[in-house]
Design a protein around this ligand. Structure first.
Ligand SMILES: *[C@@H]1O[C@H](CO)[C@@H](O)[C@H](O)[C@H]1NC(C)=O
Ligand SMILES: CC(=O)N[C@H]1CO[C@H](CO)[C@@H](O)[C@@H]1O
Length: 702
């Protein structure tokens, strides 16, 4: 009798929506914005020269009100990807805080990159990704770890009972498929099930507190963070950074939003998507690039470039990044308008599982019953060609002489073993990274396997950049498995977030692998990579069932390479103002009057911003004069349209300038304004750091 009643209650709960513990928080992770190579395109020339937009960690916590230890922490980082070094650093820091922070463990923490290609590099665990970053830059690493931990603290402190709802919208103009030739290799019957060649659905989760305020939103949509080109040298979160900025700025100021409202725009099955929605064109004037190989008249891919919606601006892709970000922001706003009639998240329990798996010769049973096997990591020769969004890490040969990091790693290129060659099948191995251990591991052979669940929402946490079709197959397999423990009639909602936890390049379908375009060539563990991820995640789904009371064995720990590397980024020696000039002095004043829409330009005597990252603070600000004559800050480094640029003008003397540009296209009120610059000088001889500021003349905006 009792159990019948219990069952009835359970059914009611599933139907009516449930209360969970919810929390969200944001932290600044902006590392050194100058002189450090950006991570993404792997172009050594792409070293930072300034900041367009601070980058952030955004943390979301969902827990079971009845069993608060059952929770997960989903972190969205404005970085290229999640990473083993960062994840270790964050979990260690949370564990050392003790108390309830000990609840955040490797089992339930997911670290997901937005895949922006415009942030400082040098924080990775493995050699391969350190090469274009000139090694391991502690300052870069620490900024991300510290800012992430702060975002978790804020999310944790905001924890309160609340509800979750899911809504969706189509974003047709946010991405195109950049590897259509490979996509077309998938079976026709399978392709016929879908209208589009990339996933056009944005899925949004709203976290609403019991007091009616909205603590945050978290959504998933697949589009590469490559709107800004490999010639952009200002730090930004690319298109997803724009979307989050627009959403937080507008919605965060509304009465509906709780204090500390956070908007997370998470990446999804990003593999073969491009934000360059106007297609791929040859810069030599020969029209569109070839479908099959993305090459131009000269037979090479170097002059083939994707075009963003604002490509004609010729501004390193900045306006296109804004536009692709705006489209995602607009979709998220649309979902919010009707989410109360959307899908409430229902059902008892919050569960998570994570374990490590060594992918070297892992044999398993494929969905069709045949045997599959994965291989040590390797990159094929199409990897060197890069993509139409920009060259990959692959211009290795060109960087051998120029890059001092090569002397450190020895430049050893290994000949693959016969077993490895056979295992990788059609892939023509260029870099046998999974068999290279000198001076330490070149890339991950041990991967993260993780899935999270709250109610009927299931989140696959994907280390690789899954291609469109790979993501579809993976989600559908996980959805089928989830049905075994969801009540009859409750449809699972399955999303995929990545690249997460450790970067393992790509995962394409076996059919796409056979085509060996860039994404297939970068599918590290061979033709069965995707099937292996599906086998491992589906095989562990019982840990997500409401009845589950244990977590899987953690598996072999990946190597900790944080102490093993070196940095070849030169330290700041000192800063000096030229004789007769002062730090912060204005060298070029703004005009007296501007019409709104114009760009206000001010140049200051400056110092190297690496002396103090000013995390949670600002290098640049705009102040507006109030009626009482007092000055109020109205813009800072958070704002996309306030741009900070640093330039070394005298290397020997240590002199530099800072230019602050305010693009007044961001709806300012007419009035009287001034520009502020905040800097930190490294003093000659003593090496001590001293802060200073600069203030421009007033100007009028009409
Ligand atoms: C994964 O492969 C193993 C080993 O062959 C097999 O026992 C298991 O059933 C497979 N799991 C799934 C979910 O297919
Ligand atoms: C439906 C769709 O988005 N198709 C596009 C896929 O990408 C190619 C270019 O790579 C476009 O030409 C298609 O229009």
């Amino acid at each position: 009798m009792f159990w019948l009643l219990h069952l009835a209650l359970l059914v009611v709960t599933w139907a009516a929506g449930d209360t969970y513990l919810i929390g969200a928080g944001r932290g600044d992770i902006t590392g050194p914005v100058v002189e450090v190579p950006f991570h993404g395109y792997a172009s050594l020339d792409q070293k930072g020269t300034g900041l367009r937009q601070r980058i952030y960690a955004r943390s979301f916590i969902v827990g079971d009100v009845n069993k608060p230890a059952d929770r997960f922490l989903y972190i969205v980082l404005d970085t290229i990807a999640g990473d083993t070094a960062i994840r270790r650093g964050v979990i260690e820091a949370l564990q050392s805080l003790g108390g309830e922070y000990a609840l955040y463990t490797s089992n339930n923490v997911a670290l997901v990159g937005t895949h922006s290609h415009s942030g400082p590099g040098g924080w990775h665990n493995y050699v391969l990704t350190q090469v274009p970053a000139l090694g391991f830059t502690k300052q870069s690493y620490q900024a991300i770890v510290d800012g992430t931990v702060l975002s978790v603290k804020r999310a944790h402190e905001s924890l309160t009972p609340g509800t979750l709802a899911v809504g969706t919208a189509k974003v047709h103009d946010g991405a195109i498929n950049r590897s259509l030739w490979a996509f077309l290799a998938n079976p026709e019957a399978e392709r016929a099930q879908y209208a589009d060649t990339t996933d056009t659905t944005m899925t949004l989760l709203r976290l609403k507190r019991a007091d009616g305020k909205i603590q945050g939103i978290l959504n998933w949509y697949a589009v590469h963070g490559t709107s800004a080109h490999n010639t952009n040298t200002h730090v930004t979160g690319d298109n997803k950074g724009v979307a989050a900025y627009l959403f937080e700025k507008e919605f965060g100021a509304s009465t509906e939003a709780a204090p500390g409202f956070v908007a997370g725009f998470s990446q999804s099955n990003v593999g073969d998507t491009s934000p360059n929605v106007l297609g791929q064109w040859c810069t030599d004037g020969s029209g569109e690039c070839s479908l099959e190989t993305s090459t131009c008249a000269d037979g090479k891919s170097t002059s083939c470039h994707g075009r963003g919606p604002m490509w004609e601006k010729n501004d390193h892709g900045i306006a296109s990044a804004f536009e692709i970000g705006r489209r995602q922001y607009a979709a998220a706003k649309n979902i919010m308008d009707s989410i109360d009639s959307g899908m409430p998240v229902t059902g008892p329990s919050v569960k998570a599982f994570h374990f490590f798996k060594d992918m070297r010769y892992f044999s398993f049973t494929r969905p069709d019953g045949t045997q599959g096997v994965t291989c040590p990591a390797a990159l094929g020769d199409s990897f060197a060609a890069g993509t139409t969004d920009g060259p990959g890490v692959g211009d290795f040969a060109q960087t051998v002489k120029a890059n001092p990091f090569w002397k450190f790693v020895g430049g050893i290129l290994k000949t693959p073993s016969p077993r490895q060659k056979a295992c990788q099948g059609v892939k023509r191995i260029l870099l046998d990274v999974g068999e290279m251990e000198a001076p330490f591991a070149w890339t991950a052979n041990i991967v993260d396997i993780q899935v999270l669940r709250v109610g009927q929402l299931v989140i696959i946490v994907s280390s690789p950049e899954a291609s469109t079709m790979a993501g579809r197959r993976w989600r559908s397999a996980i959805g089928e498995a989830a049905k075994s423990f969801l009540p009859a009639g409750v449809q699972p909602i399955v999303v995929l977030g990545g690249p997460a936890n450790t970067y393992t390049h790509y995962a394409v379908t076996p059919e796409e692998y056979d085509v060996q375009r860039y994404e297939g060539s970068s599918t590290l563990y061979g033709r069965d990579t995707l099937n292996a991820y599906i086998n491992l995640t589906v095989g562990a789904m019982s840990y997500l069932s409401p009845a589950a009371s244990s977590v899987p064995p953690s598996g072999p720990a990946p190597p900790d390479n944080r102490g093993k590397s070196a940095s070849f980024v030169t330290a700041v020696v000192y800063d000096n103002a030229p004789i007769g000039k002062k730090m912060g002095q204005v060298l070029s004043q703004p005009l007296a009057t501007y019409a709104r829409g114009a760009t206000v330009k001010t140049v200051f005597q400056g110092a190297n911003p690496r002396n103090n990252l000013r995390l949670e603070g600002t290098f640049a600000a705009v102040e507006m004069r109030g009626d009482d004559g007092s000055w109020q800050r109205v813009r800072d480094d958070f704002d996309w349209h306030l741009v900070y640029s640093w330039r070394r003008t005298d290397v020997i003397w240590g002199a530099s300038t800072v230019q602050i540009d305010w693009e007044t296209v961001d709806n300012p009120e007419p009035g009287t304004y001034r520009i502020k610059y905040y800097g930190d000088q490294k003093k000659p001889f003593t090496g001590s750091i001293e802060d200073f500021e600069g203030t421009s003349n007033e100007f009028t905006l009409t």
